[in-house]
Design a protein around this ligand. Structure first.
Ligand code: NAD
Length: 499
């Protein structure tokens, strides 16, 4: 049904929407204890959507108390996995029933095109289902002992999990965190980004309807330096699962050290290399994928293919094709299903992207297209798809995460040089390579220092494979049964049978 909705339909639905703006603590929707609020602004129009409760340490303390009480009560943590599964499947079904509304909330709150938001919702629902379905299929172990002993290896939930998520895929990142954490039996406190809290608050209402017991899933909208920091410093939170910038990830590790040595799982930034060899199959199709890899979601993607490494023998022909595809990906109204790119999340990020573009020009990179703000919707924050050629690893646009629609093109002459360039980064989240030579594919995939390598595609994968980075891109893994394992403790029970 969503597929048939027109631009006008989405505009009408957006006008009819109402917003939950209160925190969800225990089993009630409440204002922040301080009474403070912050604004939710639609970056595509500059208009205010709502004022949202701004939680701080007092609200965190209350939520942690409810979470711990729920965990100790055991009506979720000790519930049979099959029963947790049923509740989570009800949540997934409710999300599906409200898919248009949830997609609209993310689009209005942070500017991504409605088509992308619908894709995110399908991913989020799929993630909740996957984890629900997996939880009653994971067995413990019996250790190989002599017959006088029995060694059991059990998996138990951690306790209270704090999830702190970013704004670029608000509900999908939420699902990647809470899906496995809830399935494993933990109590979860979610702090959405202050730039995109609305879908998480709607999700809280759906979780309540699905029958998740009080205190098992709570949502605290608020800022990082207030609510986020208090959660990270809490002595009664057992685990932090974070997606966001590398800088904040480092702070969270410090907070864990200063408090109770809680586990910290980090999914952080990236500057992902996309390697195009002259023997790739179809230059034009690969160029389209390379453009999509950076311009999808306005470039506000942790695994954006922001460094394009092209073999010099085909470089000019390839870049020409990338430019032609970029031309078709201009930003438009996020409520128009035909828009490929939407608005940039806020004025700070918009200014930051334009600043990087100015630095690129000043440092001598060759600006081939874009490079400026555009206004497909009055009052909105948009940036044209931008391509720089002749980039070097010393330039800011060649090293740092821009988190916007800015592509940096490098040339290489040999496989050796390509791999060295690709690995010359503090990040290691994703990498891509395009070639038809199977020996090269195997060699290069193994040598790329990256959490995931996409071969003849970009951003492929589904719930069955882990997602995460190495180096300063983080240490956690979302998706797959490996993420479920992160949210449980291994416990050994050793029984003596001879006495
Ligand atoms: P951010 O680090 O600024 O914020 C992320 C979250 O952390 C927000 O909820 C924020 O309020 C909170 N936060 C900020 N300061 C905090 C503090 N001192 N203590 C506790 N919490 C704090 O990141 P962002 O701008 O929201 O998102 C963009 C970043 O996220 C990019 O670097 C991007 O690469 C990364 N990201 C990574 C992945 C991944 O899977 N690796 C996925 C999406 C986004």
């Amino acid at each position: 049904m969503s597929a048939n909705l027109t631009h006008a339909d989405w505009q009408r639905l957006a006008g009819e929407l109402s917003f939950e703006t209160r925190a969800y603590i225990g089993d009630a929707f409440v204002e922040a204890a301080s009474g403070e609020t912050f604004e939710a602004i639609n970056p595509a129009t500059g208009q205010r959507l709502a004022r949202v409760a701004s939680c701080d340490a007092a609200d965190v303390e209350a939520a942690v108390g409810h979470a711990r009480a729920a965990f100790n009560r055991g009506d979720w943590s000790r519930l049979a996995p099959g029963a947790r599964k049923q509740a989570m499947l009800r949540l997934a079904a409710l999300m599906e029933m409200h898919i248009n509304e949830l997609a609209l909330l993310d689009t209005l709150d942070m500017g991504k095109p409605i088509g992308s938001s619908l894709g995110d919702m399908a991913g989020a629902i799929g993630c909740i289902r996957y984890n629900a379905e997996t939880i009653d299929k994971l067995y413990g172990e019996v250790a190989p002992t002599g017959e006088e002993s029995l060694g059991l290896v059990l998996r138990e939930p951690l306790g209270v999990v704090g999830s702190i998520v970013p704004w670029n895929f608000p509900l999908m990142m939420t699902a990647w965190k809470i899906g496995p954490a809830l399935a494993a039996g933990n109590s979860v406190i979610l702090k959405p980004s202050e730039k995109s809290p609305l879908s998480a608050l709607r999700l809280a209402r759906l979780a309540q309807e699905a029958g998740l017991p009080a205190g098992v899933f709570q949502v605290l909208p608020g800022f990082g330096h207030t609510a986020g920091k208090a959660l990270a410093l809490s002595m009664d939170v057992d685990c932090l699962s974070f997606t966001g910038s590398t800088g904040v990830g480092k702070q969270l590790m410090q907070y864990a050290g200063q408090s109770n040595l809680k586990r910290v799982y980090l999914e952080c930034g990236g500057k992902s290399p996309n390697l195009v060899f002259a023997d790739c199959r179809d230059l034009d199709a690969v160029a389209r994928h390379a453009a999509e890899a950076i311009f999808h979601n306005q470039g506000e993607v942790c695994i954006a293919g922001s460094r394009l490494l092209v073999e010099n023998s085909i470089r000019e022909a390839f870049v020409e094709r990338v430019l032609a595809h970029a031309e078709t990906m201009q930003p438009g109204d996020p409520l128009d299903p035909a828009s490929f790119m939407g608005a940039i999340v806020d004025a700070t990020q918009h200014a930051r992207i334009l600043d990087y573009i100015r630095q690129g020009v000043a440092e001598g990179a060759n600006l081939r297209t874009g490079g400026q703000a555009v206004s497909p919707v009055a009052g909105g924050l948009f940036v044209a798809p931008t391509v720089f050629d002749n980039v070097t690893p010393q330039m800011a646009i060649g090293r740092e995460e821009v988190f916007g629609p800015v592509l940096a093109v490098f040339g290489f002459d040999s496989e050796e040089q390509a791999v060295a360039l690709a690995n010359d980064s503090e990040y290691g989240l994703a990498a891509g390579l395009w070639s038809q030579d199977i020996d090269r594919i195997m060699r290069v995939s193994r040598r790329l220092h990256s959490g995931q390598v996409f071969v003849n595609n970009w951003a492929g994968g589904d719930m069955t494979v882990p997602f995460g980075g190495v180096k300063q891109s983080g240490n956690g893994r979302d998706k797959s049964h490996h993420s479920l394992a992160e949210y449980s403790e291994l416990k050994t029970v050793w029984m003596s049978l001879a006495t």
